[in-house]
Design a protein around this ligand. Structure first.
Ligand code: MN
Length: 236
């Protein structure tokens, strides 16, 4: 009986071992690190009541994570994509499979979105340079915010509203469908994003239900003007 057991074990090892070796050998010698979900830069409750804790938790830990996971799956299946930086994928989105365009965009957009916001009371104000540019381009801060909200309201279905520095160095408001963004080669209006607001229903539905305009209005209470002003300075 002892001998028979050893033979059986040896046979089992022989069956398992080749596939284990093959799996190891198939791993790329220099596999690129997988894309990772960045931590929120504040507690999930920090933007209450504008963005409620449950929405923030689901949005970050479920929605954003799903984009990261799907992007990693798509990249792992396509050697031509491996080792490429996120922004490099984004700017060439039009040449990539739709699954990569959507999920690279989703990862970039949400990483940008979390850092565009900060708890009320820490938002600061637009730098004098950005304030002047907003007044020059839109007439006033109030007119700018109304136009930005309008872009978000009019985006049919799911997408984003953006403030960008366009190719001529001027501020512009634009909007993109799905998870596209103004860095993409496929964007109707291209430029460097300074702020972006997520107008997918998952961003606001639990608290604001169908009232996207309420969410857009409230969102200004948590815009991190210090970060947005720094992005404007960097884009000059
Ligand atoms: Mn979202």
């Amino acid at each position: 009986m002892k001998y028979r057991l050893l033979v059986t074990l040896a046979a089992a090892v022989a069956l398992i071992a080749p596939s284990a070796v093959a799996t190891h050998a198939a791993a790329p010698a220099h596999a690129a690190p997988a894309f990772e979900l960045p931590p929120l830069p504040y507690a999930p409750s920090a933007l209450e009541p504008v963005i409620d804790t449950e929405t923030m938790t689901l949005h970050h830990n479920k929605h954003h994570r799903a984009y990261v996971d799907a992007l990693n799956t798509a990249v792992a299946a396509d050697p031509a994509l491996q080792g490429r930086a996120l922004e490099d994928l984004v700017v060439t989105a039009g040449t990539l499979p739709t699954v990569v365009r959507n999920n690279a965009g989703g990862h970039w957009n949400h990483s940008f979105f979390w850092t565009t916001m900060t708890p009320a009371g820490q938002t600061g104000a637009a730098s004098p340079e950005l304030q002047a540019a907003i007044e020059r381009q839109f007439g006033s801060m109030e007119a700018f915010q109304a136009a930005f909200n309008d872009a978000g309201t009019k985006r049919f279905g799911s997408g984003w509203a953006w403030l960008i520095v366009d190719g001529s160095g001027e501020l512009a408001i634009t909007s993109t469908p799905n998870q596209d963004n103004p860095l993409m080669d496929v964007a109707e209006v291209k430029g460097t994003p300074l702020m972006g607001n997520d107008v997918w229903e998952h961003a606001y539905y639990l608290k604001h239900q169908n009232r996207r305009a309420d969410y857009l209005n409230a969102w200004w209470q948590v815009v991190d003007w210090n970060t947005v002003s720094q992005r404007y300075a960097d884009a000059q």
